[in-house]
Design a protein around this ligand. Structure first.
Ligand code: FAD
Length: 442
């Protein structure tokens, strides 16, 4: 028997040196060369997930914008998204191109905004999310939260001042409700707004605020110390006392720059208070509309995952046949497809209820919660179908799988949305433990 040399620290150092020179300095092999049998998501798969021909339910204008967004996302975003996602960096160079798509501002009419139908706005969110959920969240926060709040709560002067450049994405918005100690319980938030001569002093902290590290216009919610109600303020990027720090180490939506915001005696002039937001109920009006758009993000994510799996199963061969020829992969694929058709129909029905001004907070909360639940099942099946490549960002599914997790949590977690609908259908709120409810009644 040959004795192995002892692994002394010196030997280990030598081994490390050798390994470094032979492996670590080499660039990783391009995925198409390393795994030639299946096409990566940088060449995005054709849309095969619209099985029940949802297009038939859309107007010609809605169909046109859907195709325009789909083509843009497949051509411009698909080739770059995995790298930006891995580096957790934002691709600033695509912002003007996203602006030129004419989707920011969604349903807002006038002030340079596109005035889309709610269905068009929802479908564009899905089409963006189909290719990249981070991109979709960037637009959602900017458009369906920041811009919508200005549109609902702002004066004519404020709308004319802020909305046109936000619609072009020449300036970027963010929306700060959540605080470190008030997430699901956001209506109890503690950032304060105190009246002083000529304006307001904001003092407090925000957490998780998307786009906040680079936003020009920060819509911040704070408790009015005179009325004890929640109000909204437009804070400018360079306001003294404002600090936004990027939250690191996220496992999903890594391209989105979420920030912790510190507000230390930040002065906001009277002209930047949104007079139409006088309580949490006004914020709920924004949330109802934005939640409908959020509900379409998991639909888009699931469609992209299905499309990817559909192509992959035909390309990848094992045991002498494409994976698509085996019964178990087919069953999983069809389960995903069924989920997607049902999700689309629920999302579409919500749009129609919204158009007729019949959609309630309970309706949309049920929709967002249920669609996200089905999307989680769908991407999880997709992740199984791709085997080892199901954990690589190159083939979309792993990235989409991770991106869905924050969407399960933001705009009301699955639980909170369930409780919103539960309150509506029973007439009994169950957000607080019974003992606390009892106390608050006394
Ligand atoms: C990627 C990302 C982006 C975000 N972007 C923004 C943004 O741009 N602006 C913004 O203002 N916020 C943003 N948020 C914040 C988001 O809205 C909150 O994370 C969400 O409301 C949940 O709050 P929390 O994380 O503090 O969880 P918690 O409220 O601490 O909840 C933790 C768990 O407890 C459960 N729970 C809490 N209360 C109850 C209850 N009463 N009954 C039953 N279960 C309960 C929840 O369902 C959850 O499972 C973002 C979050 C993420 C992750």
């Amino acid at each position: 028997m040959v004795a192995m040399p002892a692994r002394s620290p010196e030997n280990q150092d030598e081994r490390n040196k050798d390994e470094k020179s032979s492996y670590f300095n080499l660039p990783a092999l391009d995925i198409s060369l390393a795994f030639p049998q299946a096409t990566p998501a940088s060449v995005f798969p054709p849309c095969t997930s619209d099985y029940y021909e949802f297009d038939d339910l859309l107007t010609p204008e809605e169909q046109t914008i859907r195709m325009k967004v789909r083509e843009f996302m497949e051509k411009e975003i698909a080739p770059i998204m995995a790298k930006y996602w891995e580096r957790a960096e934002f691709p600033f160079h695509v912002v003007p191109k996203l602006g030129a798509l004419g989707i920011a501002g969604g349903t807002i009419k006038g002030y340079g905004c596109p005035g889309l139908s709610i269905s068009a706005s929802a479908i564009t969110a899905a089409e963006v999310a189909r290719v990249d959920a981070s991109c979709s969240t960037f637009i959602l926060v900017h458009s369906s939260l920041a811009m919508l709040t200005i549109s609902i709560g702002g004066s004519e002067l404020q709308k004319n001042k802020y909305l046109p450049s936000l619609a072009q994405l020449n300036t970027i918005g963010c929306w700060g409700l959540t605080e470190p100690n008030y997430g699901s319980d956001a209506s109890a938030l503690q950032t304060t707004a105190t009246k002083v001569a000529g304006g307001w002093i904001l003092e407090g902290q925000k957490r998780w605020i998307g786009n906040s590290t680079f936003a020009d216009v920060l819509v911040i919610f704070a408790r009015n110390t005179s009325t004890n109600q929640l109000n909204a303020f437009i804070v400018k990027k360079d306001a003294p006392g404002l600090q936004a720090t990027k939250i690191e180490n996220k496992i999903g939506l890594r391209i989105v720059q979420n920030g912790d915001i510190l507000l230390k005696k930040v002065f906001v002039p009277d002209e930047d208070k949104l007079l139409g937001i006088t309580s949490f109920w006004d914020i709920n009006k924004v949330l109802a509309a934005s939640r409908l758009i959020v509900a379409w993000q998991p639909i888009g994510i699931s469609m992209g995952v299905y499309d990817m799996c559909h192509r992959y199963l035909k390309e990848r061969r094992q045991f002498g046949a494409p994976l698509a020829a085996f019964q178990i992969p087919q069953q999983k694929l069809v389960q995903m497809l069924g989920n997607i058709q049902a999700m689309i129909l629920v999302g579409w029905r919500l749009c129609k209820l919204y158009e007729k001004e019949k959609m309630t907070l309970g309706h949309v909360s049920l929709g967002k919660a249920w669609i996200t639940l089905k999307a989680r099942e769908t991407v999880s099946l997709g992740r199984e179908l791709l085997g080892g490549n199901g954990i690589l960002t190159d083939f979309l599914v792993a990235k989409a799988f991770c991106d869905l997790e924050p969407i399960h949590t933001y705009e009301g977690t699955y639980d909170i949305n369930t409780l919103v609908t539960g309150r509506e259908v029973t007439g009994i709120g169950s957000f607080k433990p019974a003992a606390l409810n009892q106390r608050s009644r006394l």
